[in-house]
Every structure is written in structure tokens, then in C-alpha cells.
Design a binder for this molecule. Structure first.
Ligand code: ZN
Ligand code: FE
Length: 267
């Protein structure tokens, strides 16, 4: 690898997406010659990246038990003899450091805090760090750009609480979710919040990016608050659309979330 590239990696703590499967992102944080990898569903793209850039793997972070987030973890952990930070519960083979809500830990020069964000799964956790210029959040399949994760194990109530926890982070927090779902999320968002000018504008940008096959992540929490219907449950237009969809009267944000989440499932 050329010296100049090496230099760039040394100077910045860069965060690089590796594509996996059809639409997963495995996030790689580079610090000096070491990296942290988040949700390695597949070991192959990670090994390739490490070899090509002559980097060593220092730690693995896992947000939840699904295979597309954990499938490559054991191989990588054994091969590189590194710790694996993940959800408590002793149900994910290979996790060495089980974490619960509010815990903090250091890897490389970064300090992470853990928030439990159940909803998509019951074990789902997210990793927040403000050790870099912008705060960063690895939220797996909880918050996506323009949407949120499907409710496979948890309830709408749990997802609501999880999204509210995320909402409390600073507006400039960069959101590193685990899938490129933005375009389909935004077409649903436009259906239920058609008068949202920020959403209309942002959708155009995202369509341009996707037409060029470019990534739409990270997004920022500030932007998501203006475009993401799952963070805008108090918007009267979204509530009215949800009421029309199910022909019901909605009396809480949690009901709005439950309604639009199941609507999205069949959209
Ligand atoms: Zn998942
Ligand atoms: Fe996933």
C-alpha cells in the first residue's frame, strides 16, 4: 500500500464502511495501525481490508444477535485474539465483554458508552462515543436513516423508549446504522409525511447518491429529527395518516409508532 494512504489513515480516526451481503455495512474505525470493527456479519471483507491496509484488529463490537451482524465475529476474534464487546445474556457465542445499559469502556483511544435499545431484538445495544470531533453512535438495526428496525422481538413501546434515548444525544451525533435502507425508508416517509419540505429535499439528495451507487450513511441525529417519521411521531400529519390507514383514533405516540411500523412492514 502506498505511503501517502498510510499517512492519511494515521492522521485521522477514520470510519470506513465495508459492504456485506446485499445491504449491510460493517463499520471499521481506524486509529493508527489498529481498528475496531462493528457488527462483522462476514469475516471476509474485514480480513481483506486488514491485509490490504496492513492493520491489526483490536476489538469487535456487536449490537445484537442477528447473523448478519455476528456471522464473522468468531472467526475474526480467534484469528486476531481480540475482545468482543456485546449484549449481556450469554447467548452470543464469542462475546467476551458483556455490557449493560450505562456501562463505559475504552478501546484504542476511544471511550464508548452503552445504551440498551431493545425493540428490533430484546438484546439490542448501541454504542455511543464522544471521543471524536463529532459524537458517533453505532445503533445497528435500531435507528436507520429515515426509519427504524422491524419489531422482531420487542414491542412498539420498547422501540419508542429506545428511540427516545437516542434522541437525547447531541444533534451533531453521526449515526452509523448497519443497513443501506435509506431510499426505501424515505419513500415510505414521503407517503406518511408528504408535506415535510426537509424530507422532500433530502429524498432528492438520497436518490442522487443511490443513482451513483454511493452510500447515504452516516446521517446525523439533527437531520433525522427533521425527516425520520419514527422520530417525529408528534407530527399531526403522520398521526392523521396512521389513523386513516387503520381507521382508528390514535391517542399516543406509541400507537402511532406501532401503526406506522406495521404499515411499513407491508409497504
Ligand atoms: Zn437485525
Ligand atoms: Fe441487520
Amino acid at each position: 500500500m502506498p505511503f501517502s494512504n498510510d499517512k492519511i489513515i494515521q492522521m485521522i480516526n477514520s470510519i470506513i464502511p465495508l459492504s456485506a451481503f446485499t445491504d449491510n455495512y460493517i463499520w471499521v474505525l481506524v486509529s493508527g495501525n489498529s481498528v475496531i470493527v462493528v457488527d462483522p456479519g462476514d469475516s471476509k471483507p474485514v480480513e481483506k481490508f486488514l491485509i490490504e491496509n496492513n492493520l491489526s484488529l483490536s476489538a469487535i463490537l456487536i449490537t445484537h444477535h442477528h447473523y448478519d451482524h455476528t456471522g464473522g465475529m468468531l472467526d475474526l476474534a480467534v484469528q486476531h485474539n481480540c475482545p468482543v464487546f456485546g449484549p449481556r445474556g450469554n447467548h452470543i457465542k464469542g462475546v467476551t465483554n458483556e455490557l449493560s445499559d450505562g456501562e463505559r469502556f475504552d478501546v484504542l483511544n476511544l471511550n464508548f458508552s452503552v445504551i440498551e435499545t431493545p425493540g428490533h431484538t430484546l438484546d439490542h445495544i448501541s454504542f455511543y462515543s464522544d471521543s471524536m470531533e463529532n459524537p458517533i453512535l453505532f445503533c445497528g438495526d435500531t435507528l436507520f436513516s429515515g426509519g427504524c428496525g422491524r419489531l422482531f422481538e420487542g414491542t412498539a413501546n420498547q422501540m419508542y423508549e429506545s428511540l427516545n434515548k437516542i434522541k437525547r444525544f447531541p444533534e451533531d451525533t453521526l449515526i452509523y446504522c448497519a443497513h443501506e435502507y435509506t431510499q426505501s425508508n424515505l419513500s415510505f416517509a414521503l407517503e406518511i409525511n408528504p408535506s415535510n419540505q426537509n424530507l422532500i429535499e433530502h429524498s432528492k439528495k438520497v436518490n442522487d447518491l443511490r443513482n451513483r451507487n454511493e452510500i447515504t450513511i452516516p446521517t446525523s441525529l439533527g437531520l433525522e429529527k427533521t425527516i425520520n417519521p419514527f422520530l417525529r411521531l408528534e407530527d399531526s400529519e403522520i398521526k392523521e395518516k396512521a389513523e386513516l390507514f387503520n381507521d382508528i383514533k390514535i391517542s399516543s405516540s406509541i400507537e402511532t409508532l406501532a401503526t406506522i411500523r406495521s404499515w411499513k412492514d407491508s409497504f
